[in-house]
Design a protein around this ligand. Structure first.
Ligand code: PMV
Ligand code: MG
Length: 359
């Protein structure tokens, strides 16, 4: 039996700006996993998933038409990952097989709620990794990232793919998104096997080392949010607010440069100042686009954290899901933890996961 696992992720800084080509973000991989196992079968193949059995479909009305939105249905990412890996396997001359593929995820809460730790990215990475092993295809982290990015983009279409980078590389990473318009044309021009060995314009993935005294706390709001829809909303509004949006992109890039310098010089104070600044920039973006990024509970979490000398902000698209807090390990007080809990923010006891080899 073949098995592969991929970690979930959390955005630390640079959200929304990272959706634009070449803009930076910092992301961490967490020790919560999606595991995919594959077993050869004879007549029938199957795809079985404990967590992703939801057969309901979301739709929106556009005038007289009903438009389906499949982007939040994890099953579609599994199918896209299988389709793409089979295309890769065929182009490498493999004989196609029939198999049972099983998916199991820690990334959703026991009662089926989403934490927002990137299950669609992790499921895509784990499926491709497992299938490449099954077909005995050569795989590096770089190739796995590129295959997973293509498969994920085929379904969601509007993300930065930073969550895929975190899931493949692990640890703390500085990420710059590649030019997705270029990739679209490149897919028509190049064979898949060549495409995944090319240098992708603007793509940058770099490992960061946090200072020894850095402590990351994760606060879960208990309410799920749809990243793809929040990103759509910001994309729609940015067209009407171009100047303000350009300012946001520039300020975010500057802020991220500052935070990365904080990592490179082991300067926790500088990292924390950058996190607080990035929170303010996202608040401004929220005002500019009228998209609800920092919900009242996330505001409460940030204020409590700041009161206890931690830096805090929303994580990812916001609108619910998780917030992050960064503080000095030697100064974490129990009161911060109990105050958060009293106010309805649940601390997730997760640690950053390092990927040494392909898991
Ligand atoms: O909400 P999350 O954790 O899926 O993060 C989304 C981050 C965005 O920058 C808003 C979108 C993206 O694809 O980078
Ligand atoms: Mg989210």
């Amino acid at each position: 039996m073949i098995s592969a696992k991929a970690p979930g992720k959390l955005y630390i800084a640079g959200e929304y700006a990272v959706v634009e080509t070449g803009n930076p973000a910092i992301i961490v991989a967490l020790d919560q996993f999606v595991t995919v196992t594959i077993e050869k079968s004879e007549r029938y193949g199957s795809i079985v998933s404990k967590q992703y059995q939801d057969s309901s479909v979301q739709w929106q009305r556009r005038g007289d038409e009903i438009v389906l939105d499949n982007r939040d249905n994890t099953f579609n990412y599994i199918l896209s990952a299988i389709r793409l890996t089979e295309e890769y396997a065929q182009s490498m001359g493999c004989k196609m097989e029939t198999y049972h593929l099983k998916v199991n995820s820690d990334l959703d809460s026991p009662d089926g709620k989403k934490y927002g730790l990137g299950s669609s990215a992790a499921v895509t990475v784990a499926t491709i990794n497992a299938l490449c092993q099954f077909y005995k295809l050569p795989l590096t982290k770089d190739r796995l990232f590129k295959l997973a990015a293509i498969a994920h983009l085929d379904v969601q279409g509007n993300g930065s793919l930073g969550d895929i980078a975190a899931s493949v590389y692990g640890g703390w990473i500085a990420y710059r998104s590649f030019d997705r318009e270029w990739l679209k044309s490149a897919r028509y021009e190049e064979k898949l096997t060549n495409l995944i060995d090319l240098k992708w314009p603007a793509l940058e993935i770099r490992q960061l080392t946090p200072p020894n005294n850095l402590k990351l706390l994760i606060g879960w709001t208990g309410s799920p949010a749809s990243t793809s829809r929040l990103v759509d909303k910001v994309a729609f509004k940015k067209g009407q607010q171009l100047k303000g949006y350009q300012n946001f992109l520039q300020a975010s890039a500057q802020c991220l440069t500052d935070i990365v310098t904080g990592f490179e010089t082991s300067n926790l104070k500088r990292i924390m100042a950058g996190i607080s600044h990035n929170r303010q920039l996202l608040q401004k973006l929220s005002k500019l686009t009228q998209v609800d990024i920092e919900t009242p509970l996330l505001t409460k979490m940030c204020n409590i954290a700041e009161h206890h000398h931690a830096a805090a902000k929303t994580s990812g698209a916001g609108g619910g899901d998780c917030g992050i807090m960064i503080t000095d390990k030697t100064e974490v007080d129990d009161q911060l933890v109990s105050e958060l809990q009293d106010n309805g923010v649940q601390l997730l006891p997760l640690a950053v996961h390092m990927v040494t080899d392909l898991d």
